[in-house]
Design a protein around this ligand. Structure first.
Ligand SMILES: NC(=O)c1ccc[n+]([C@@H]2O[C@H](COP(=O)([O-])OP(=O)(O)OC[C@H]3O[C@@H](n4cnc5c(N)ncnc54)[C@H](OP(=O)(O)O)[C@@H]3O)[C@@H](O)[C@H]2O)c1
Length: 416
């Protein structure tokens, strides 16, 4: 069934699984900015009240009154409760197995790009923790050789705090376990045959069941040619490789909710076809008789590469950044990143043939909720600078449309 369809899933918390709420500024809906900041404020107030109560010994908890022997403080009890609940939840999920994802993943071989990035790292940890009998996970990583790729796996993936739970579970043998599963593959989405050595490419093509393309250039105002190469042509190269894989069951491509560009109101998720654009859609809705040029993806690629050769070295980067922004806006997307991601989706759709494709479009991804560790996030980006400076009291003003809507999703992954 999968082979005849492109599945597009927007990752927002339930119940908004298939509908995407878009505000007047094109940003999806989760809660109003006003309410959001108010809630943060309340939380902060609550924290400071709790602190005061503790330091002033104003209140003695029921537990302390009942049993002076029970000298564990509230925080520890809450942590223990949380851990217990989480363990029960995990056990329940393993027992019930939801819609069968765990069963499906057992023994399956993966090829994943973007493993050193924020999203794929969490996914890899989750797979290894919940399905330890998964098959090999090949990780396509930019590196000069296999040793350097392995070094990146160690320093940027398995030695990070995110993998703490796995280290605890497997104790002394954790390195052995992790390295028996994670296989470094030197490669690059921007090179032909993904920059892979022919021997390893053949081996993967024989073994791989699931391909996940999370690799991406996430800079909003990247040079047009650079962004196109990774986000539009990269998925095409990956898809070409997927066609050589003998037992492939799934090609999962990670896109973004913001490919919806400046669409307004509530919009049903739908795939992009070649020629589509947000501006064309808008023009047609305003006046169906107005002609609007079809978006020519190959034409955009050719123009960008030609333009990059035409500029002098000292101005090429600046000019190509501006060019990308200008082309994105002229077709109704807000920046080069989402424009090239949308074109990546179009290329996948036009070239997939019989490949079973799923495209997911997460909104802004924020920290973990509770597992493997609460509040884990990498770097300060997206909404984080806003939250951090607000929490520190440094953000005294932020000009917004009070009815504007923000759309974030936790990177907390639960199997269904
Ligand atoms: N984070 C979010 O809030 C968010 C929201 C919506 C959608 N998404 C989507 O989720 C996916 C992952 O995002 P992320 O936040 O994890 O991004 P990220 O942290 O910026 O990581 C990007 C990853 O892609 C790799 N990569 C970049 N260019 C590559 C190339 N030419 N060949 C091979 N690998 C390459 C990077 O490798 P290096 O380390 O070698 O550079 C890195 O591992 C993206 O498709 C993004 O569009 C993210």
């Amino acid at each position: 069934m999968l082979s005849s369809l492109v599945h597009i899933v927007t990752i927002v918390p339930p119940p908004m699984v298939t509908l995407k709420h878009i505000s007047s500024n094109g940003i999806g809906s989760r809660c109003c900015m006003e309410n959001f900041l108010e809630k943060k404020k309340e939380n902060l107030k609550l924290c400071s009240t709790n602190k005061k109560m503790k330091s002033g010994n104003v209140k003695v908890s029921v537990r302390e009154q009942v049993s002076p022997l029970f000298n564990v403080d509230n925080k520890e009890v809450a942590t223990l409760n949380g851990k217990l609940q989480e363990q029960l939840r995990e056990r329940e999920m393993v027992l019930t197995d939801g819609i069968g994802i765990v069963r499906f993943i057992k023994g399956k071989v993966f090829l994943i790009t973007g493993a050193t990035g924020f999203l794929a790292k969490v996914l890899i940890e989750k797979i290894l923790r919940t399905v330890p009998d998964v098959g090999k996970i090949y990780l396509l990583i930019k590196a000069k050789d296999k040793d350097a790729a392995l070094q990146r796996i160690q320093t940027e993936i398995i030695n990070t705090e995110l993998f703490k739970r796995l280290r605890q579970t497997h104790g002394k043998s954790h390195q052995k376990f992790l390295l028996s599963k994670l296989v470094p593959v030197v490669g690059n989405l921007c090179e032909s045959n993904l920059g892979m050595d022919m021997g390893i490419a053949d081996k993967i093509a024989n073994e791989v069941d699931i391909i996940i393309n999370s690799g991406c250039n996430t800079t909003f105002d990247e040079r047009f040619d650079v962004s196109l190469n990774t986000n539009t042509l990269g998925p095409c190269r990956f898809l070409s490789f997927a066609k050589t894989c003998r037992k492939l069951k799934l090609f999962l491509h990670v896109s973004t909710a913001y490919v919806n560009g400046e669409r307004q109101g509530i919009a049903l998720e739908k795939p992009f076809y070649k020629g589509d654009s947000i501006a064309r859609e808008k023009a047609a809705s305003e006046n169906p008789m107005t002609p609007f040029p079809l978006l020519d993806v190959e034409g955009e690629v050719k123009m960008a590469f030609d333009a990059s050769k035409a500029f002098q070295d000292n101005i090429v980067a600046k000019e190509m950044k501006e060019y990308g922004q200008q082309r994105a806006r002229s077709y109704g997307w807000q920046d080069t990143y989402v424009f090239t991601k949308a074109m990546g989706e179009m290329m996948i759709d036009s070239q997939r043939e019989e490949i079973p494709v799923v495209i997911i479009r997460p909104s802004v991804i924020e920290s973990t909720y509770s597992e493997p560790i609460p509040g884990w996030i990498e770097g300060i980006r997206m909404l984080d600078p806003l939250l951090v400076s607000y929490a520190k009291g440094q953000l005294t003003g932020f000009p917004i449309d009070a009815k504007g809507i923000i759309d974030t999703v936790s990177i907390f992954l639960r199997h269904a």
